[in-house]
Design a protein around this ligand. Structure first.
Ligand code: F6R
Length: 586
């Protein structure tokens, strides 16, 4: 939800931190700040807005000093104000801290600290951590002990980094990501490798319940009980290769255009894991599939494919609803958990809940070092490269590639996806984007739009509606074609626009019936189809593909429509308001 970063070394800390924060801004971007230590004095510069806006005002990158921390925020406790922005200083002003996650017992801790004479300047849960560090450091004069004592009192999930007056940078991880980078001139810690991608590709993935202290070119890692821990150094060049926007104006656009290549990368690399997954799935007595947001829409397509082609009885559960779902979970059950980040709290909770009942977890993740991957019996990595745009695009189509491949293996030959053909067909749609751009311009003033589909195309309609909502801030609603007459028709009149996902598959004639019902109410019809029809007021031509494969192709024009609608409505598609890429809170 937030991003944290820290540096200790021989170089100037502030410029590195500010650059790193910009790269991690996808995790939260309502305020930003840095704290730098120089000659035992800590200076803090922070403010409300994106990193570039705050930097233009307070020049964070001009602070001098070789130890520092930085933060971008996605508000949870307390409004978006300068006082609530991180870093936070302890009462003595001698310790500064940045934090990602939530301390659930902060109210009790704050009261305890107040009774010892501490005061608080913000509404955040973070300020209790930094003041606990001060209290424990004053009592022990030892950074490691102060860190251990502090984490022993915290409840919740968190990672944090702190600068101490003796020049130590210390950090702790508990169920929120924290990665250590080792560069030529120092150490970095960050919530994502992207935070230090320009400095190094040598990393250590800290585990939960670990503390690292870095000082004078050395580092020590221990667990929360103080036991020393050794970690392998990992090189991550593949994971970070695509982290630049390149020639594109936005990451979102770049990631949409990457899909003809990224689906092939996924298809090529998953073979051994999907074969094992197919075996586990086939032998499961009870089968569930879960995810949140876009990943849940992929789960819905997965349910359709595995029941239709695998002949399996499978239930799709929205991750946030898992605890309220009736279930039959035991050691013969399998849960397929889908998550780009592998850090989504709702998904982790659903998977934990299933695991506690004895179920095995198959995870489909883009981040193979994530918490979800770590708790799974089998992990299938998407390998589609880092997705920086907050809205899921290429990760969604790669998730579908995995699910199509598993369904193909279980289909006894009735489904054999040709991803090379699909890749070409996606490129065709992308090459013809002018028409979609023009359509988006026409729709700029719209306040509502409906997207209709049936069968697996309805799941794509749901994903398309989510894209339009989050990127363009237009109310968008997915409609299953057959349900129109059961209520939604009442909404339609000559001012309405309805997008029809209408490929020539088994849904075609039923969808056409719905199109006539809509036309009769005077609404405008946008047809996304490989077949032209006079009923369409606007037609976006889809390349013809095998009937079952249309969901993958028709997603592309819908992503482009959402993107260009955002552009025409002056919204920044990379950073939708109120959202963050990795939703690590409940
Ligand atoms: C929508 C979007 C979100 C995520 C959801 C789950 O574009 O990005 O709906 O899909 O927050 O995230 P992951 O897949 O990381 O679990």
């Amino acid at each position: 939800m937030c991003s944290i970063i820290g540096y200790e070394g021989r170089g100037e800390a502030a410029p590195l931190l500010v650059k790193g924060l910009q790269r991690m801004e996808y995790r939260g971007y309502d305020s930003a700040g840095v704290a730098i230590l120089s000659q035992r004095e800590i200076s803090v510069r922070k403010g409300v807005g994106k990193v570039s806006e705050v930097n233009a005002l307070v020049h964070m990158d001009e602070l001098r000093g070789e130890v520092g921390i930085g933060h971008t925020r996605w508000a949870t406790h307390g409004g978006v104000t300068e006082a609530n922005a991180h870093p936070h200083l302890s009462n003595s002003g001698q310790i500064a801290l940045v934090h990602n996650g939530i301390v659930t017992n902060y109210i009790e801790l704050r009261e305890e600290l107040r009774s010892k004479g501490f005061s608080f300047n913000s509404q955040t849960d973070t300020e209790v951590i930094v003041n606990l560090l001060q209290l424990n450091f004053e009592e022990t004069r030892d950074v490691k002990t102060a860190m251990m004592r502090t984490v022993a009192t915290l409840k919740g999930n968190y990672s944090f980094a702190a600068v101490f007056p003796d020049g130590t940078l210390a950090a702790a991880r508990f169920h929120e990501p924290l990665i250590v980078g080792i560069s030529r001139d120092g150490y970095l810690v960050a919530s994502d490798i992207l935070g230090f991608v320009e400095q190094t590709d040598k990393v250590i993935y800290l585990d939960n319940r670990e503390i690292i202290t870095m000082k004078d070119g050395g580092q020590v890692i221990c667990d929360f009980d103080g036991k020393p821990v050794r970690h392998e150094l990992i090189r991550v060049s593949n994971e970070i290769a695509d982290a630049d926007k390149g020639e594109y104006v936005h990451y979102t656009l770049k990631e949409i255009f990457e899909q003809p290549a990224s689906i092939l990368r996924t298809a090529e690399k998953i073979a051994p894991e999907v074969a094992r997954a197919a075996e586990m799935i086939e032998s499961a007595k009870n089968l569930y599939i879960t995810g949140s947001g876009s990943s849940f829409h992929a789960a819905l397509v997965g349910k359709y494919l595995l029941s239709k082609f695998g002949g399996l009885n499978i239930e799709a559960i929205m991750a946030s609803e898992a605890e309220f779902s009736p279930h039959h979970l035991d050691s013969e059950s399998v849960m397929i958990a889908i998550s780009q980040s592998g850090e989504t709290a709702d998904v982790l909770e659903a998977a934990n809940w299933a695991k506690e009942k004895g179920a095995r977890i198959i995870s489909i993740v883009n981040k193979t070092s994530s918490s979800l991957a770590q708790m799974s019996s089998l992990t299938i990595g998407l390998g589609c490269g880092p997705e920086i745009g907050v809205a899921a695009t290429k990760s969604f189509t790669s998730q579908l590639v995995v699910l199509y491949t598993i369904a193909g293996l279980l289909s006894g030959g009735t489904l054999s996806p040709r991803f090379d053909n699909l890749s070409r067909q996606m490129s065709e749609v992308l090459d013809n984007q002018t028409k979609i751009k023009a359509l988006a311009e026409k729709l700029t003033g719209l306040s509502d739009i409906y997207i209709l589909g049936m069968g697996a195309n309805y799941s794509i309609a749901s994903e398309a509606a989510l894209k339009i909502k989050e990127l363009a801030y237009v109310h968008a609603e997915a409609l299953p074609g057959g349900e129109l007459k059961h209520g939604p028709l009442a909404l339609l009149d000559s001012n309405s626009y309805v997008v029809f996902l209408n490929p020539s598959d088994s849904t075609y004639s039923n969808v056409m019936t719905s199109a006539h019902e809509v036309k009769a109410r005077g609404a405008k019809i946008i047809g996304i189809s490989n077949r032209p029809s006079e009923i369409y007021d606007y037609w976006i031509n889809l390349p013809s593909t095998e009937a079952e494969m249309f969901p993958l192709v028709e997603m592309i024009p819908m992503q482009l429509l959402a993107y260009y609608l955002a552009i025409h409505r002056n919204a920044n598609p990379d950073y939708p308001r109120n959202l963050a890429k990795s939703v690590t809170v409940k």
